[in-house]
Write a protein that binds this ligand. Structure first.
Ligand SMILES: [Zn+2]
Length: 434
């Protein structure tokens, strides 16, 4: 027999599985059998094709070696030193004779098992006749591929979107943004274009656009928490509001779900306490309420927005309002009269000029004995006009006689009084007629 003139195709099938330890080695050498076979035919013009039914192994071979963990990477590197990735093809498990070898066959079966003796039927045909045995496009998770975890250091940077700070009023900001959005829409759509006056829908869209920018700047972690984990960070200042995302906008959940109020009123948009847009919103409400006070301005703001610690934020803005400062009214105060003569001239002794009044009713007990009944009484307060000295006397009734008895006790202790002042009560005036 002469040497074959056509290119010799030699097809070797071997089950490769790192997991099952199927890296079979020749007992006489340290190299696997397939490597020995490759070296034997190295100088011959032979196209060697390797087959495996393990799709993960094919991913390892055809993937980036540096991605795999050390154990896998070393073995893949060894394979690639002795073969090219394009030589490796996938064979279904049912057509893989190596699979029978690893699983085992009884002697009675192996004698008639054609797959073992001759290989799959299509293998004796030309490569063009082989079934499509490319690597199935299966997605494996990183764990089954034994990929190395990749550490990525992310450094999120906030977009400095200072377009909001270019406007001095809320209305102007929303209208300009609405015109910008209209321009974008008209540039992209030739069928439906908007002209003339801005519609309420356009203004609403512009407001939502601005709010999204503001909330993305200030409530980034809260929005991320709700989107990814469906709960807020533990230290979030919005926890009490139980916010939710409505078309990408953070709103207060509140307890008015079953109310017939408008949606904006039931679930106001959350704004940060310190932000330029919040200042514009408060200024707009302040002007809409004709420079109303803090409560009125805050109430107007809450028709659409909710500002945490809003009263403080409103007061801060109102203090800066020049109009309010210019027209701020002064509270009128009465001119006080001259002080009485006895208040300004020190007497020889206290209580020469005395004022008197009664307290409210009190319970008076006659003695500290058991069973002693209590009765209604009062305290007469005598105040020296010059020295503010105070003398207290218990009074057992509201009649003039009771007052006179009290007055005698008072003068008995403090001496005679030259001038008595009272609040014109009938009780103290009545003795004058005596
Ligand atoms: Zn004002």
């Amino acid at each position: 027999m002469g040497r074959p003139s056509a290119r010799l195709h030699r097809y070797q099938m071997e089950k490769v599985s790192f997991q099952s330890g199927g890296h079979q080695q020749n007992p006489n050498t340290s190299q696997p059998t397939w490597v020995i076979a490759t070296n034997r035919w190295k100088n011959a013009k032979i196209i060697v094709t390797y087959w495996t039914d393990d799709t993960i192994v094919l991913h390892w071979i055809k993937g980036d070696v540096t991605r795999w963990k050390t154990f896998v990477a070393n073995r893949v590197a060894y394979i690639l030193d002795h073969s090219d990735p394009h030589q490796w093809r996938h064979v279904p498990t049912t057509d893989n004779p190596a699979d029978s070898a690893t699983r085992g066959l009884s002697p009675s079966e192996i004698s008639t098992f054609d797959l073992w003796w001759r290989g799959p039927s299509w293998l004796s045909q030309l490569p063009s006749e082989w079934p499509d045995t490319e690597v199935p496009n299966t997605k494996f998770d990183e764990q089954s591929l034994e990929a190395k975890p990749i550490r990525v250091h992310s450094h999120p940077t906030q977009v400095d979107c200072n377009i909001i700070e270019r406007f001095s009023t809320y209305t102007k900001l929303v209208r300009v943004i609405a015109y910008i959005l209209r321009f974008c829409h008209n540039a992209q759509s030739k069928k439906t274009r908007y002209y003339n006056q801005l519609s309420t829908v356009e203004l609403d869209n512009a407001l939502r656009c601005v709010v999204k920018i503001v909330q993305a700047e200030t409530f980034q972690s809260d929005i991320h928490g709700i989107l990814i984990k469906n709960h807020l960070p533990s230290k979030s200042i919005l926890r009490n509001l139980t916010p939710f995302l409505d078309d990408g906008i953070l709103r207060v959940r509140g307890r008015l779900k079953h109310s017939s109020l408008p949606f904006d009123r039931k679930h106001p948009i959350i704004l940060p306490q310190r932000h330029f847009f919040t200042e514009l919103v408060i200024q707009n409400s302040h002007q809409a309420t004709l420079h109303g006070g803090a409560s009125l301005t805050l109430a107007h703001t809450r028709y659409k927005f909710w500002i945490p610690n809003g009263r403080k934020a409103v007061r801060t803005i109102l203090r800066k309002c020049i109009t309010c400062f210019r027209v701020s009214p002064h509270i009128g105060s009465q001119l006080m009269g001259d002080l009485p003569i006895h208040r300004v001239n020190p007497p020889n002794r206290p209580f020469i000029a005395t004022g008197v009044d009664y307290t409210g009713a009190i319970e008076i007990k006659a003695a500290r004995l058991r069973g002693t009944s209590t009765y209604k009484g009062y305290i007469a307060i005598f105040v020296c006009l010059a020295t503010k000295a105070v003398h207290l006397e218990a009074v057992t009734g509201l009649s003039s006689e009771h007052f006179l008895l009290t007055f005698y006790r008072f003068t008995g202790r403090r001496g005679p009084v030259q001038h008595m002042y009272s609040d014109n009560g009938q009780i103290s005036l009545a003795p004058i007629s005596y």
